[in-house]
Design a protein around this ligand. Structure first.
Ligand code: URA
Length: 440
């Protein structure tokens, strides 16, 4: 067996054996496969795919390429939710404290933003002092003591995915169903989650552009999870426009806190309630989705979810006063209003263009480790279906020196209007509980 034969086989669309994939990943881990050969194999997989057996073997190989966490001695289920990435997606900041307040243990390792998607870890760093770099030991300890830990993905867990993901990012091989499934599911299993809820994003602002592909990805993740002994539920949600109204780091933390105070935007609140209810049902904390949603609404209205966020911030050495005083987070020099150029109904609010606008202001990075500006971003005053008159506000840009004109132009371009009323975009496209189909 050699690497060239493995690449050639996949190029011709022939399925790999478990031994071949084991040989490949072992050699990747020992540094014997140069990036050009691994890139060629990744491109062949993008074009020819992997079947479910191959995807399951690959996932398992990623899991066992590093350390695995085990919370089986804990009282209570350890849960995790993961999104395949989108624009304005701050659900983790809302959902993790909500689930913690419902008595679940939440052990969540997240990533930084790269490309057009934002990263939870960067958002958490908008809170002054917040320590995202927990050691594996401290992470596990915190899950035990306060029932909730949010940390940066460590090199010890699923390192084969870490290596391969970095290469996929620069070789246009991210948007592959089996590669995304193996990457996401392996990280969740390695981090010790007993209940896994995946938010599969679909639309222009997501890796999966069509509903058919998103459903296929959701099915692949559930099936791989099942074969590896984990129950995985999936919610497929719309990412044709940003989630919520705020995009940018400080702004997203503010919106997440507002949502925990019961004053969040409707779409973000609905998605958090849905993902949370699915998780509660799977963890046997609620008998139905409806009752799960009621429990979650209760922890918001009683303030318990907000208290849980405060406990998390304090434990991870952040400044807990941000919950009442948003100006303690990094602020921009200037706020610019953007108004509607015409009257009508918003028919399109392009997530990718809005992400590009925020990135041009300095909030995104093109390569790993680049510094980013946490204070800049955009607040959307109108979204799909909303009516607007010429001169009324469409959005507000939070800016410093960089990229103002480009961002303004991109925001204007992101909006399209119709003279006829437009119905609101459906948020939840499909929902599967790990054991059976739930009706929407
Ligand atoms: N998120 C991940 O963790 N991995 C992917 O491959 C895509 C999105």
């Amino acid at each position: 067996m050699n690497i060239i034969e493995i690449i050639y086989k996949k190029r011709r669309g022939i399925a790999h054996s478990e031994e071949e994939l084991t040989y490949l990943i072992e050699n990747v881990m020992s540094g014997k496969v140069p990036d050009y050969q691994l890139s060629a194999w990744l491109m062949a997989v993008c074009c020819q795919g992997l079947n479910l057996d191959e995807t399951t073997w690959l996932t398992d190989l990623y899991v066992h390429s590093g350390q695995t966490l085990d919370f089986s001695d804990l009282d209570g289920m350890v849960v995790d939710k993961h999104s395949t990435g989108g624009v304005g997606d701050k659900t983790t900041l809302v959902l993790a404290p909500m689930l913690g307040a419902c008595g679940l243990k939440v052990a969540k390792l997240s990533g930084r933003g790269l490309g057009f998607t934002g990263g939870t870890i960067d958002k958490l760093e908008a809170i002054p002092g917040f320590n995202v770099n927990l050691s594996v030991k401290d992470f596990c300890e915190q899950v035990k003591t306060i029932g909730l830990a949010l940390g940066a993905q460590t090199a010890e867990l699923a390192p084969a995915d870490g290596k391969i993901y970095a290469l996929r990012d620069v070789t246009a091989t991210v948007a592959s169903i089996p590669l995304i499934a193996a990457s996401v599911v392996s990280k969740k299993i390695a981090a010790g989650a007993q209940v896994i809820t995946l938010d599969i994003k679909v639309g222009e602002g997501a890796f999966m552009k069509s509903l058919e592909d998103a459903k296929d990805l959701a099915y692949t993740c559930r099936e791989v999870g099942k074969r590896l002994g984990r129950s995985i539920s999936t919610v497929t949600s719309f990412m044709g426009q940003p989630l919520g109204n705020a995009i940018g780091h400080t702004l997203e933390v503010m919106e997440a806190i507002e949502t925990l105070k019961g004053k969040g935007p409707q779409d973000l609140t609905e998605l958090c309630l849905t993902l949370g209810a699915v998780t509660l049902v799977d963890a046997q904390k609620a008998p139905s989705l409806e009752q799960g949603k009621s429990l979650l609404k209760e922890v918001i209205s009683s303030g318990k979810a907000l208290d849980k966020l405060a406990e998390l911030i304090e434990t991870q050495h952040g400044d807990v006063r941000v919950i009442e005083d948003y100006t303690l987070m990094s602020q921009p020099k200037q706020k610019i209003k953007i108004v509607a150029p015409t009257s009508g109904f918003v028919q399109h609010c392009d997530a990718l263009k809005i992400a590009a606008a925020v990135k041009s202001l300095g909030a995104g990075r093109l390569s790993k480790g680049e510094p980013i500006d946490l204070s800049v971003g955009v607040i959307l005053h109108r979204k799909i279906g909303d009516a607007v008159k010429t001169g009324e506000p469409l959005a507000e840009l939070w800016v410093n020196e960089k990229g103002k004109a480009e961002a303004e132009a991109l925001i204007i371009e992101a909006f399209e209007f119709s003279s006829q009323p437009i119905s609101k975009a459906p948020l939840i496209e499909e929902l599967y509980l790990s054991h059976d189909l739930a009706t929407l």
